[in-house]
Design a protein around this ligand. Sequence first.
Ligand code: 8IG
Length: 265
Amino acid sequence: MTNPFDVAAEAAAKIAELSGIANHDIALTLGSGWAKAADLIGETVATIPATQIPGFSAPAVAGHVASIRSIKLPNGKFALVLGARTHYYEGHGVRRVVHGVRTAAATGAKTMILTNGAGGIKETWKPGTPVLISDHINLTADSPLEGATFIDLTDLYSKRLRDLAKTVDQSLDEGVYCQFRGPHYETPAEVQMAKHIGGHIVGMSTALEAIAARQSGMEILGLSLITNLAAGIQKTPLSHAEVLEAGRDAEARISALLAEIITKI
Ligand code: 8IG
């Protein structure tokens, strides 16, 4: 079987060729609600359909963009924007899930910003609230690491970067992200379980990606947009349409926030 790091190196070489940018400094995965950030952080140098890059697959969900962008930041650094997240629930295996992160590392990125849309367990969080991820609980029973690869996950979501984000917006709260397999949302009982084991945010991405980013030596910033209160916390049933709507409503504000954070990294 092909080594996943070789595929990531091939992907990075193709990005360098098609973008004309030999190395990137920062990488971002933009989840639902965060897509506009790409337009605010700098000048787009190249937009590459993800399908032209080795190892990427077309996205499964409407509202997720399938392109990879190279952006020149005001400070002269280059950011790689991955708009083509592969979710674990798509069933292509965890290698495909973390391919974007490994590709980002292979382009030279030292910082990985992981964003997502997620459900909130804290009742004080209204839909549209951005939250810093302080740690995670991986409930997928899977790992991107293969074989006897023992990787420390202390301070996985960099305290330094969380503090930096708070200098931009002091009102930013933090929480522990629980990754469920999905694609179904949780039952109210599962949300209560997540709460009891120390979770504040429920989602279907990010934790596996963060583990791979740590393995590649990147510093990680995790941001969730709370698009809905988790099942049972919110009294009405969850709908994907509402989730997209909350994302759209908050998009301009959180994208500006992210753009400002990036200039400080
Ligand atoms: I957006 O309530 C979004 N993604 N697991 N639960 C899970 N994922 C989500 C949710 C949610 N909302």
